[in-house]
Design a protein around this ligand. Sequence first.
Ligand code: 26M
Length: 819
Amino acid sequence: HYPPVCNALEADNGALRDAILYHLQYSCGSTKKEATQGELARAVMLAVRDLLTERMLATEKRYQQHNAKRLYYLSMEFHLGRTLGNVLANLGLTTLLARTMEELGVDLEEIREQESDGALGTGGLARLAACFLDSLATLDMPGFGYGLKYQFGLFRQELVQGYQKELPGRWDTEHNPWLISRPDEVFAIPMYGRVEPSRGRNNRYAPVWQDQKFVLGIPHDMPIAGAGGKTVNTLRLFSARSADAFDIQIFTANDYFQAIRHQLFSESVSKMLYPSDVDDQSLEMRLKQEYFLVACTIQDIMKKYLKTGGEISNFAQNTAIQLNDTNPALAIAELMRCLVDEHQLDWDNSWDITRATCAYTSHTLVPEAYEKWPVQLFEKVLPRHLQIIYEINHRFLHEVRLRYPDDENAPTRMSLIEETGGRQLNMAHLAIIGSHSVNGVAGLHSQLLRDNVFPDFADMFPERFSNKTNGVTQRRWLYKANPPLANLITSAIGNEWIIRAETLSRLDEFAADSQFQKQFAETRNHNKRSLADHIMRVTGLVINPDSLFDVQIKRVHEYKRQLLHLLYIIHCYRAIIEDGEPPQVPRTHIFAGKAAPGDPAAKLIIKLINNIGQVINRDTRTRDMLKVVMLPDFGVSLAEKIIPAADLSEQISMAGTEASGTGNMKLAMNGALTIGTRDGSNIEIMEEVGADNFFTFGLDADTIEELRTENSYNAWDYYADNPLIRRAVDCLDSDMFCQEEPGLFRDIFASLMYEGDYFFHLADLESYIDTQQQVNELYTHPASWRKKAILNIARSGKFSSDRTVMEYAETIWQLKPVV
Ligand code: 26M
């Protein structure tokens, strides 16, 4: 069973209080009387951090004693959210701290609200990485995150007159109490320069990379505590510093401005997170960032490995590197450079080691998301790495020709270098060739990777390809985010589910129990009231807490089809005002999500959500039957507020576009019912919870593929055949929702009707409306609804990231718990 942690502290109440007061005085230079909320929060976090630091050191010692194999999870993004509440939950300190703060006369909730989200990421890939770190530590596995310490993480979103406005995020990386900076462990990272051929030892060809510029990488460690608090791993984030700042000479050399300029140039490398889903102009900076992460990481791994007495030849037996999408795929070239140039290993040995070490996960089916680097740019920044990539390619294409002698196009299709449209490096090809494992993140996604995206590679290396369906940590997303429900679950089945999510299945027998249902409904009502209060505070809008809460919370992107949801809302609105047909149940539609700053289509969708809300919310004819809310600044903390209050989870991407989805899992785990297409992990959620307990609709991926190849989707057919569809879509051509800015949404109308609509909205709209009708129907039978909701929780065990991480550990990393 889940151990009640930190028993010692529980007994020794005074210790935590003393530690907080100590830090208030000596770390914040303040007193209890004078301290601001911010200073109190800092003192609390530092006191808690001390507990983590002890465990972190003990954990490292344990790993060294066991000479344990280590996993390095390389990711350009980690979306951590707040840390304090999560640490308290995992260490079992929540009650003790609450009591301590009460004694000190401080409101713990206010202190917790002081912490801002660590949002060093844009979307699902970044949050998945954070869930994996939680699971690795909980499973006592030596798994370490490696990323960048951006000065500016993801932008903060405000809504100004319904438009997204981007502001700097609030996460303070400079004075962050969780981060332990280690300036003494600095790494020097070379870039630019040129390669000179020369003869090394034994007359061996030994190219020399010369005249490089150096950027320094400083590591900062964030302790990652697992449940129970026995294991505390780290997330290591690098920040960039100028090499010259450490070289006093340049400042005394009378070239002050030159020195400062060089400093700015270097430090810009970790300045900000690029919203990855946008083609931007700053390609060169992005390339430097990706390389900087990879180079710091490989140096660090190698240094640690050698320091603990490891032999280079055994490197892969002791080290696993997981590449979180292609962003860190350069690790393959950098590891080769390190082995060949710095450790003078021969090529074949180096290549075997590299491939045995690295593994690659793809997270998308969006074609634009597959990274390609212009060869020219690459050559300028990383001349030695380009040579290495040419050599890898040369040898690989030789294999391809031997293997497919009759397929003369195979080498062109599979090459690392694309010759069409300007020479470009294909990073996915590098990742596949240089890894022993390639995986997708849900069953359908992995199949589509094999069949459609990388068919040549799947044919040549079938054993490399596998599926690892995503998961989420139930500790943050249920235990911490939803205490009323978590307590109810524990009172029914005990608390083992916190570390063994599959035991949630014990709830199955409570699904029809009227007493349990009643208590479940109470938790839901409580959460819905809290969310209604929050909505009131943030937007000024009064919503009906007894209405059905219908939520769509995720990045705003055309493929996720927020527009489909909006067309349904418009349909409902017109049915009320024109047909006098109020819906069977009152609904509140709750949206939240950010658009990429460089994605005008997504930004216009945000404006449309807000305008539809404006019009509908103040139309007295809808009374409290229909409301539309958009909450600003979606992120982990807002998700933690919305998810526990959701009745219905919208997962309506066009089939074949959402790699997996993880919000769908969080919502199901909290007892929301899903309305979803047969896409990503929706398919597996439906399999687990049962088709009776899931609302599915729309075309499947095969049918969509067919329509596309036959070129037979025609939006006008659906428009002509169904007057309700026409009535809804026509609103976008009119100024119904943009009286003040006439014609504002005509581009959306055009994208749906004239431009072939890549996302086939209208093909699924009728089926979606019908299914929403079934949702209403069911909601009028509370007992049936609750039973299905409880069954969703009971059968969500598969979607714990503990399960996912165990699968990676067994089949890709060969990683074992170290206890
Ligand atoms: C890039 C350029 C232009 C347009 C879009 C992109 C782009 C799209 C997706 C870039 C990156 C993208 O994916 C990153 C990501 O977060 N993917 C998500 O990963 C999650 C974890 O595996 C999955 O659950 C989500 O389905 C997937 O979208």
